[in-house]
Design a protein around this ligand. Structure first.
Ligand code: URA
Length: 429
């Protein structure tokens, strides 16, 4: 392909012109190879953030990012493939019960996941609290496990959309993460490259989410659904509430415990509701005729969980790490919980060691928070609101400071309306 001058591509976007397909292919390829300077890509990213991209530009940008690496071929799996992606939330452990549940419904779920950075936590960090479990699988191991068990949660290889890894790091330090076209292209390039035939997106809305308002979240969801469908991946999206944490456990091992409770037929109502709703959407996109609620109740999803953990070296019966220190927070007065702020709880769990500050840091498997009340619940003075877990007690003061205003109480007897968990479903027209 002919080369372009990076400065001309930047100027075109600065002047609100539509970039040509060749310009996009060139700039992504050349940047990935190190032939476009960081300061030039930074300027282009800012021009895109300010001036946006057309649907054709976003689709080509996504394809160019996919083509920067290898696309997995899952045709050998022998079952319909369907995945879920969440834009990230506090206490969002849904992948853990969902992948084995959808596998038990007859599909294969190739969950390539990441580690957490910041307050929303990562699926791999949670799974790695299971003794022996390993996140890294070769493509052949992944395909074999998808055929035999029907579900895999593992790390994405370095060759999956490498352009995105480089661009995401640059967006992070140039205040350009918030661009909807770039978020959509970033997420969808990885999911399309993973080779799944269908995809359900869980786009979170609220204080603990990336998207704080429903309108922007819906715009992101529509952009991603269109990108998926254009690439031949059947895609739909649920917009779900993330103003309050999902379930009561926020952290790593504590979220595994809560997920196993769901698989055993218990667990918090909101985690069960979202797991079953996403499973229904996935099963429908996969063209299967199973009822996830029934399958969950039958115990077959738990069997798949155990097989999935064991296939990756984990011991599903092993005791999970326990924290060396615990601390409780009690209500100062009686009242009705009007708000339990997801962001405050997420940040506090991160400070306790459940999340990492920098990519190279380790997380504490046992760190986290148990939220002991839910919005709408009546509490008495002195009732426990939170239990904090950590191995390093010098982290308690900062976490307690974050939680100081996390619970807002209305006067006793107030009727508090709680928001619906599933706010909107966006399907391809
Ligand atoms: N998650 C991603 O993978 N990419 C983004 O740009 C934002 C969230």
């Amino acid at each position: 392909m002919n080369g372009f001058a990076a400065v001309e591509v930047i100027a075109a976007k600065r002047d609100r012109a539509e970039l040509s397909g060749d310009q996009i292919d060139w700039v992504i390829g050349a940047y990935t190879r190190g032939e476009v300077a960081e300061e030039q890509m930074s300027a282009l990213l800012m021009a895109i953030l300010l001036n946006g991209m057309t649907s054709a530009e976003i689709a080509r940008w996504t394809t160019a990012m996919i083509d920067s690496g290898t696309r997995l071929d899952l045709t050998a799996v022998g079952r319909p493939t369907v995945d879920k992606h969440s834009t990230g939330g506090v206490g969002d452990k849904i992948s853990l019960p969902l992948a084995p549940l959808v596998a038990a419904c007859g599909a294969a779920v190739p969950q390539l996941s990441g580690r957490g950075l910041g307050h929303t936590g990562g699926t791999l960090d949670k799974m790695e609290s299971i003794p022996g479990w390993r996140a890294t699988l070769s493509p052949a191991e992944m395909i074999a496990q998808l055929s035999s068990v029907g579900a895999v949660i593992c790390a994405a290889s370095a060759d999956l959309a490498p352009a995105d890894r480089k661009l995401y790091a640059l967006r992070d330090v140039t205040a350009t993460v918030e661009s909807i076209p770039m978020i959509a292209a970033s997420i969808m390039s990885k999911k399309i490259a993973e080779g799944t035939a269908a995809l359900v997106l869980d786009v979170k809305v609220g204080s603990g989410a990336f998207m704080k308002d429903q309108e922007r979240a819906a715009q992101l969801a529509r952009t991603m659904v269109e990108l998926g469908e254009r690439a031949g991946v059947r895609t739909s999206a649920l917009l779900t509430d993330m103003s309050t944490p999902l379930g009561s456990a926020v952290g790593n091992a504590v979220e595994v415990v809560e997920s196993v409770e769901v698989l055993a037929g218990g667990g918090p109502a909101d985690v069960v509701e979202l797991t079953v709703a996403l499973a229904r959407e996935m099963v429908a996109l996969a063209g299967l005729d199973a009822d996830p609620a029934q399958v969950l109740a039958s115990g077959r999803a738990m069997d798949r969980w155990r097989a999935m953990v064991a296939a990756q070296g984990g011991d599903p019966d092993a005791a999970l790490p326990q924290p060396r220190y615990r601390e409780q927070v009690a209500a100062d007065e009686a009242g009705v919980v009007q708000r339990l702020d997801a962001r405050a709880v997420g940040v506090a769990a991160w400070r306790l060691g459940a999340g990492r500050e920098r990519r190279e840091h380790d997380v504490q498997a046992a760190a986290g928070i148990l939220c002991l009340v839910t919005p709408g619940e009546t509490v008495t003075a002195g009732q426990q609101l939170f239990e904090l877990h950590t191995d390093t007690p010098d982290r308690f003061p900062a976490a307690l400071a974050d939680l100081a205003d996390a619970v807002v109480l209305a006067s006793p007897g107030t009727i508090v309306e709680t928001s619906p968990l599933i706010m909107e479903v966006i399907r391809h027209p």
